[in-house]
Design a protein around this ligand. Structure first.
Ligand code: NAI
Length: 340
């Protein structure tokens, strides 16, 4: 359990405002929270490509120190160079703070039209190992190796997190997702760990599925699934797929949770294609912030902000990614009006 540090009734929370659309959606979310009347002392920390020149690293120690002090962070996306350059700040952060569980709840939002009306599932992704451990080597000009690391300790820990989550949130089933028919040793160990942990939770139904079959079934009928627990890479890919089931990345929330710290962040990236155009949808970051407020015990503010967001969407006020015509600032203003 994380205990909140408070200074004169004010929460101290680290804010990583990211890059790309990060600063725009952060501005929106901070305005909405402030308008709700909740005072937060934001410790704003920059990270990513923009700080490398001055500080020699995309993830300076001050960012980690701030989260270690405050215990809680809200994080906007940070760009990772593709195929070259520095290692992902997101992956480094999760590893450095041992934020081993990536929690991505996925349910339909009122007012957001999608192909399916009954999506209500949760993706629980292992966050610290698998092919994301970054153990890669170039053998020669034409060959590269990437090592997939799966340990019993990390696998049992994430499965236990998924079952505990299911118990606490009145969920009925935890389904494990692997490709253990092909990767018999690594995914096989993840599956074996799941089976061991499942024995401790007799009231939760179990289920095993291969990741390719899962993808097919998710796009046929997502209501077949409840809580999914996956190794890192499948979890990353599947959670973008599930985001697509509820209206896209603009509305998909997430959280990285460890024993000591929690970092709340949307599923989406820095969306460089719409950066600086006042087009970004702040909903995914706002929903992540709402979960954060619930996590720190500010339930009444969380519910008020959530109600204002849902009312805005239900009234048809939307950004372009959801088929609407509002800018980020207009959408934000509508939510603030609905807080009153
Ligand atoms: P992306 O999620 O940034 O964008 C994919 C598509 O979704 C784009 O068309 C974008 O415009 C749209 N989109 C995403 N968020 C949106 C929002 N809030 N409102 C409206 N439209 C939105 O994925 P992409 O392009 O693959 O990655 C861009 C960069 O972000 C990469 O450097 C990647 O490594 C990084 N990234 C960072 C993450 C993080 O910080 N946690 C997570 C995922 C990617």
């Amino acid at each position: 359990m994380i205990y909140l540090q408070k200074g004169e009734n004010m929460h101290n929370i680290t804010l990583i405002n990211g890059d790309g659309i990060g600063p725009e959606i952060c501005e929106s979310v901070l305005k909405i929270i402030k308008s709700s009347g909740l005072e937060i002392n934001w410790d704003i920390q920059t990270a990513g490509a923009d700080v490398i020149e001055q500080e020699g690293t995309p993830l300076p120690e001050r960012v980690l120190d701030s989260i270690r002090k405050n215990k809680i962070a809200l994080k906007a996306p940070v760009t990772t160079p593709i195929g070259k350059g520095f290692r992902s700040v997101n992956v480094q952060l999760r590893k450095a703070l041992d934020l081993y569980a990536n929690l991505r709840p996925c349910r339909n939002l009122v007012g957001v039209e999608t192909r399916f009306k009954n999506v209500d599932l949760v993706v629980v992704r292992e966050n610290t190992e698998d092919l994301y451990a970054g153990v890669e080597e170039k053998i020669d000009e034409n060959t590269a190796h990437s090592i997939k690391i799966i340990t019993r300790e990390a696998s049992e820990r994430i499965c236990r997190f998924a079952f505990d989550y299911a118990l606490k949130n009145n969920r009925k089933e935890v389904c494990v997702v692997t490709k253990a028919n092909i990767m018999k040793l690594s995914d096989g160990l993840f599956l074996e760990s799941y089976r061991n942990v499942a024995n401790e939770y007799s009231s939760i139904k179990t289920r095993e599925i291969l990741v390719d079959n899962l993808c097919m079934q998710l796009v046929q009928d997502p209501s077949r699934f409840d809580v999914l627990v996956l190794p890192n890479l499948y979890g990353d890919i599947v959670s973008d797929l599930t985001a697509g089931l509820i209206g896209g990345l603009g509305v998909a929330q997430g959280a990285n949770i460890g024993k000591h710290y929690a970092v709340f962040e949307p599923v989406h990236g820095s969306a460089p294609d719409i950066k600086g155009q006042n087009k970004a949808n702040p909903t995914a970051l706002l929903l992540s912030a709402i979960e954060m407020l619930k996590y720190i015990g500010e339930n009444s503010y969380a519910k008020r902000i959530e109600a204002a967001l849902f009312k805005t969407l239900a009234n048809g006020y939307k950004t372009a990614d959801l088929g609407g015509n509002l800018s980020t600032t207009e959408f934000t203003q509508n939510i603030i009006l609905n807080l009153k």
